[in-house]
Every structure is written in C-alpha cells, then in structure tokens.
Design a protein around this ligand. Structure first.
Ligand SMILES: Nc1ncnc2c1ncn2[C@@H]1O[C@H](COP(=O)(O)OP(=O)(O)OP(=O)(O)O)[C@@H](O)[C@H]1O
Length: 285
C-alpha cells in the first residue's frame, strides 16, 4: 500500500488553505504531519479521507485514483480515526467496532459470524475484548480511542489516517496509543501536535505552515532548532534522547530567553577565546 498526494490544493470561499501539496506514505511507514494551529493538517487529512474534495491535484493509492473509487471501495482501503468520531447515541463497544464492517457488507445483509469474529479480534488487539458489552460513553478517553482504533482495524483497510490520535489523553495513554499504532505495523499518517511524540514514533515527518509543506524527511532533518523557531516561533534545545536515542525537544519559555542570550554570549566568548588560543598557537608554531 503506497499513498501519493500530488499537487493538491484546496480552497474555502476562494481562500487557499492548502497550496500544491506533494506527500507520500510508503508501505509500512508511520508518517507524521506537524505544524502550528490552522496550518492545514486536518484539512489535508480530510481531503485524504474524502470528506473534502481537492480543488486541484490528486490522491492515489497503489496507483489508483481515490476520486475514481466508489466511497465503499475507498472505505475498504482507507480507515480513519478522527477527532470528530464521538458517537451521538449510546452504542455498545461491540456495535461501534462493528461499524467498521459496513464497507464489506451489502445493504440488507445482517452481520455474519465472520464479522463478529473480526470485531472480537480487533478488540483483543487493542486490549479491549473484555469491554465489548460496555456502553461506549462509559469508557475513559484512552479506552474510547483504543475502541476507535479497533473499529479502524475491523475495517481491514491497509491505510490508516489518524487526526490527533492522542488529543486529550494523559501521557501514559498517549504513549500506549502510539505504541499500539506502531506495533500494528500499518501504513499510516498521523497529525500530531506533540513534536516529541512525532520524533519518537514517526519514520518521516511533513511540516506544514500556512498550507505549505515547509519541510519533509526524517525527524532529525525536519525538527531542527532553526525550523522550530521559524515555523512555531519557539526556542528549543533539540538533542538525542539519553535512553531511546530518538530526537528529544526541550522548549525554552520566553521567561528564560535572557538566560539563552547570556548562554549564547558565554558560548561566543568561549569560541572567541578558543579562536584566539588557536591563533596564538599557530604563531608560536
Ligand atoms: N469550514 C471552514 N471555513 C473557513 N475556514 C476554515 C474551515 N475549515 C478550516 N478552515 C481554516 O483552514 C485553516 C486550516 O485549518 P485546519 O483545521 O486544517 O488546521 P490544523 O493545522 O488542523 O489546525 P489545528 O492544529 O488547530 O487543529 C485554518 O485557518 C482554518 O480556520
């Protein structure tokens, strides 16, 4: 499963929201989409799961254009865990996950034993098998999110789109959900606000600013100190995590910017004295 977004542009009321986006997700990759509020992450994902239609450009899956598939066909290829999936009615967990089977069913066919078994397996994969008969509304935020991932799994699509999958979750559930997504080894794209989560879990990252892709590549190539300042307006220290070796970002509040400039001045002084020492050394030699 390879996904290609090519030259995609999207407008609302003549105002450009996305500008000529090129993006690829290769088989087995977890790709991160990061950027400030309003940079276009959700809008791009909505174009990818067909809630919105691009004004220009195209999206293809394994070479087949998404726009030429029926909605049912595309639902068999693409599953979504979005921010707006709160169920309006009080469904049981099992019923929520069964909804993932709809793209595989004909209109008047009842759920088969096969469907029920797939649902049970999906719930087991996310560690929620015991909650099958519980009301969805009684679950915690993290448990709800796991059930929605189970629904996406029951859909048996090979491409998963996640819009802020860890929003509103405490840090333990954030890590648990991302560990789960990573362990499932799906081909996936996730809009993420937490840049440390993106750095830790994503194979590649696309960074958006005002509807443009301003950087893409491996976390260490995208999440640089300079770019965090330029795109998010935030100073940060970016370094390898002492345990995981992945990139780790420590933000510096404006309250401490004086300390940063004092530090920089000290660094400069050290550099100058080092340079002077080298100069003296070269004269002596
Ligand atoms: N229906 C709409 N009508 C008008 N403007 C919209 C609409 N939907 C999105 N926008 C605008 O498009 C831009 C991109 O929004 P989008 O929700 O895609 O950003 P985002 O990067 O997902 O933001 P966030 O991180 O805050 O979730 C924003 O300026 C937003 O206000």
């Amino acid at each position: 499963m390879n996904v290609d977004v090519s030259k995609l542009s999207y407008k609302i009321d003549q105002q450009s929201i996305l500008h000529s986006i090129f993006l690829q997700v290769r088989k087995g990759e977890l790709v991160g989409l990061v950027g400030p509020n309003g940079s276009g992450k959700s809008t791009l994902l909505k174009n990818m799961y067909r809630v919105l239609q691009p004004d220009e450009g195209m999206i293809s899956i394994d070479g087949y254009l998404l726009s030429e598939m029926t909605y049912k066909e595309s639902a068999r290829k693409v599953s979504v865990v979005s921010q707006e999936t709160a169920a309006a009615f009080d469904f049981k967990v099992r019923e929520i996950v069964l909804m993932g089977r709809h793209p595989h069913q004909s209109m008047f066919r009842a759920d088969t034993a096969g469907d029920l078994s797939i649902v049970q397996q999906a719930l087991a994969k996310v560690g929620m098998a015991k909650a099958a008969e519980r009301s969805f509304h009684t679950l915690s935020g993290g448990e709800k999110q796991r059930v929605l991932i189970a629904r996406a799994l029951a859909q048996q699509a090979s491409f998963l789109i996640l819009d802020e999958p860890t929003n509103h979750l405490d840090i333990r559930y954030q890590l648990q959900i991302m560990d789960l997504v990573k362990n499932l080894k799906l081909t996936a794209i996730a809009a993420l606000h937490d840049l440390n989560i993106a750095a830790c879990y994503c194979d590649r990252i696309y960074m958006l600013k005002e509807g443009y892709v301003v950087a893409s590549g491996k976390p260490e190539d995208v999440l640089t100190t300079e770019r965090l300042l330029e795109v998010f307006g935030v100073q940060a220290v970016v370094s390898p995590h002492p345990i995981t070796g992945r990139l780790s970002i420590a933000y510096i509040s404006e309250l401490f910017h004086d300390a940063v400039s004092v530090d920089k001045r000290a660094e400069k002084r050290e550099e100058t004295s080092d340079a002077n020492a080298m100069h003296l050394l070269s004269i002596q030699l």
